[in-house]
Structure formats: structure tokens, C-alpha cells
Design a protein around this ligand. Structure first.
Ligand code: PLP
Length: 380
């Protein structure tokens, strides 16, 4: 298997420990372990803390504990705990699914631009990957008519990500049903990366149902990283019908074996208090969207964007004469601000901006970005 370098991850690791204002991050400002425990009523908090401290740190149940799989299954329509496989983040779930479902020469349709794993791994496996490209006009949108032109009777897998990284596009209820119908007609499977589930933008369209809920060909991938701000737990999952989960589990025996026991236990607390954690995430998003709206309004001519329709990221377009990688490096080095270069997603004169950062850091980072843009515009 020949893998292309994961361009964004390579760039992020250069700067992420060195900058003060990380607006490239695609998640929500992380919770502390203490914040999770503080969600519990006083009487329960003390016993939960003791249970965590007394947890014997042996290997955990390989598929994820029954408690965690039960809580995750309850977030889908008619899912059984055995249809859930807990993985090392959504990234492992995607990787296992590609390994299981694809053979060299298979035809795959993947959304583009995208989190690079979603098309680079199928390519690395020797598949023929057709891109379902986001349409830029009128904001970023994926048009299901475009997908219909790409799916053939040879297509084995359709790969989606909704809400979408990096454009902030989100498929509607009607869209995901049409995607499923196309897959069904072609005899293909749909892998829907729903890493940004539960992160609907306030006032936007109601979220589409998870792909698992639509039928036997639908697979949903989820994570506690993005919606809950818990990427350090490295807990993700897949929800799949039939024996797909069991077969991914058999592959995972060779990779990570089982989820971390402490992470599984903390994820159980997070899932039990999902509504409150997601409410915190929504408040951060609302605050940062308001800041961004003011910032863009004050910088007409220098930068613009289409605010995300869902999830935590969007693409900012700038009007200073520098390629995105040079601009991102300049911002990081001189202004201590990280905004991800659009070139990592195949887009020039764009930077990906995350709206999940701590609101004070987000506002200060944007201020510095404004100074950088204004300085460049003066000298252009
Ligand atoms: C679309 C998408 N899928 C998967 C992942 C990986 O998430 P996790 O931390 O759960 O492995 C990311 C992380 O940025 C992502 O944006």
C-alpha cells in the first residue's frame, strides 16, 4: 500500500505546539477531565471520581464496553450494541472500513475537497477514485445530481462527510436519502463520516439522519473528538449492519486491539451528558460566528467567506497576493496565528478556519490575522 503524505497533518505538526492562536484546529475547545466530572450531580461526582481512580488499567473489552456501545447504539434508529465497534478515533474506523470494503481496482466516489484520509486511503489501496466536487457558487454545496453522474454499476463505495470538513457544507435530509437511493441502485455501500454530527449551526437547516438509519448499505462513522471536544480520548466508532463491524474488529486485532479503558469510561460519562456538552459546543460556535461576522464585515475587500452550514470549519477567501501555504507560514511565524493553508485541500487563496476555538483566543487570533492582511495589502 503506497500512501501519499497527509498534507494537512504534516503542516499542523510543524506549528501546533509553537503558536498562541490556533484557528486551524478543526475541533471544539477541548474539555478537561474535571469538566466531564463536573457535569455530574455532587453525590454522583465523588463516587464517579473514585470509580475512575480505582479502575484497573488492564486491556478493555475489544469492541468497546457494553455500556459505551449501548449508549452509542441508542443514538441510531434500531441499532444493537453489537452493530457498534468502538475504535481509536473516527480515523481508525474509516481506515478499517476502507481495508475491509475495498480491493485494488474498485471504483469509489469520494467527496472533494475533503479530510484527506477519505480519498487518499482508497487511492493507496489501488482504487479508482472519482471526486464528487463541492460547488463553490452560492456557498459550498454538494449537488446530488453531480454524484448521480459519477456513480456507475462498478461503484463499490460512496464516501461522504457531512457536515463537511473543510467547506462547512451540510447535506439535507432529502440529499442523504437520494445518496442512499443511488448507492442502493448501484449495489454500493455508503460510508458517511459523521465526525461533525450534532454540530448543526444555530438557525441552520435541521440535521440529516445518520446514514446507518437509512438501511443496510449505510455505514456511519462517529467520534467524541469534534462534537464533545474530547479528541485526547481517541474514541470513535462505526455503526454498520450485518457482519461489517465484526469483520472490522477482526482487522483491528492487528492494529490497536482495544480502546483505552480510561478513555472508554470517560466517553461513557460524555455520552450520558451529551446534550449539555453539545450545548456548550453550540455556545462556542455562536460566539465565534458572531465575532467572525463582525471581522469579515470590517474587512470587506481583504477577505470573505461563506459561514459553515454545519460543523466547525469553513474556508476563508483572501485577497492578498500570496499562495496559501506562504501566507499560512507567515501568519504562524510572525503573528503566532494558525490558519490551515487551502492548498492542503487543493484550494488556492483560501485558508481553512475553525470556529470551535476558545472565543477569546478566536477573537484575538482574528485581530492579528487582520493586521497581517492589512500590512500585506499596504505593501502589495
Ligand atoms: C472529517 C473527519 N473525519 C475524521 C477525523 C478524525 O477524527 P478522530 O479524532 O475521531 O480520529 C477528522 C479530524 O479532523 C475529520 O475532520
Amino acid at each position: 500500500m503506497k500512501m501519499e503524505p497527509f498534507a494537512l497533518e504534516r503542516w499542523m505538526t510543524t506549528w501546533e505546539t509553537r503558536v498562541q492562536y490556533d484557528l486551524a484546529e478543526s475541533g471544539i475547545h477541548p474539555l478537561r477531565a474535571r469538566d466531564l466530572l463536573d457535569l455530574l450531580p455532587d453525590a454522583e461526582r465523588a463516587s464517579a471520581l473514585h470509580a475512575l481512580l480505582d479502575l484497573r488499567l488492564g486491556y478493555s473489552e475489544a469492541r468497546g464496553t457494553e455500556a459505551l456501545r449501548g449508549l452509542l447504539a441508542a443514538t441510531y434508529r434500531d441499532a444493537a450494541p453489537d452493530e457498534i465497534l468502538v475504535t481509536t478515533g473516527a480515523i481508525e474506523a474509516n481506515f478499517l472500513l476502507f481495508q475491509l470494503l475495498l480491493e485494488p481496482g474498485d471504483h469509489v466516489v469520494a467527496c472533494y475537497p475533503a479530510y484527506q484520509q477519505l480519498y487518499s486511503v482508497p487511492r493507496g489501496l489501488g482504487c479508482e477514485v472519482a471526486y464528487w466536487r463541492a460547488r463553490e457558487e452560492d456557498g459550498f454545496r454538494f449537488d446530488v445530481d453531480d454524484l448521480a453522474r459519477l456513480v456507475t454499476r462498478k461503484t463499490r463505495l460512496i464516501v461522504l462527510n457531512t457536515p463537511h470538513n473543510p467547506t462547512g457544507a451540510a447535506l439535507s435530509d432529502a440529499d442523504v436519502r437520494r445518496v442512499y437511493a443511488l448507492a442502493d441502485a448501484a449495489g454500493a455501500t455508503v460510508l458517511s463520516d459523521e465526525a461533525y454530527r450534532w454540530l448543526d449551526v444555530p438557525g441552520g437547516e435541521p440535521p440529516a439522519p445518520p446514514m446507518f438509519d437509512l438501511g443496510a448499505r449505510g455505514i456511519s462513522v462517529g467520534t467524541v473528538s469534534k462534537p464533545f471536544g474530547l479528541p485526547g480520548l481517541r474514541i470513535g466508532w462505526l455503526a454498520a449492519h450485518g457482519d461489517v463491524g465484526a469483520r472490522c474488529w477482526a482487522l483491528r486485532d492487528y492494529v490497536s486491539l482495544s480502546p483505552g479503558r480510561l478513555s472508554d469510561a470517560l466517553a461513557v460519562i460524555a455520552l450520558r451528558h451529551r446534550e449539555r456538552i453539545v450545548e456548550r459546543s453550540r455556545q462556542i460556535i455562536a460566539a465565534n460566528l458572531a465575532t467572525a461576522r463582525r471581522w469579515f464585515a470590517a474587512r470587506a475587500g481583504l477577505a470573505d467567506w461563506h459561514p459553515p452550514r454545519g460543523g466547525l470549519v469553513g474556508l476563508l477567501r483572501y485577497h492578498v497576493p500570496l499562495p496559501s501555504l506562504d501566507l499560512a507560514n507567515l501568519l504562524a511565524e510572525r503573528y503566532s496565528v494558525m490558519l490551515a493553508p487551502g492548498s492542503a485541500f487543493g484550494y488556492e487563496h483560501r485558508l481553512r478556519i475553525g470556529i470551535g476555538q476558545d472565543p477569546a483566543v478566536f477573537a484575538a487570533g482574528l485581530e492579528r490575522t487582520g493586521e497581517c492582511f492589512a500590512g500585506l495589502a499596504r505593501t502589495a
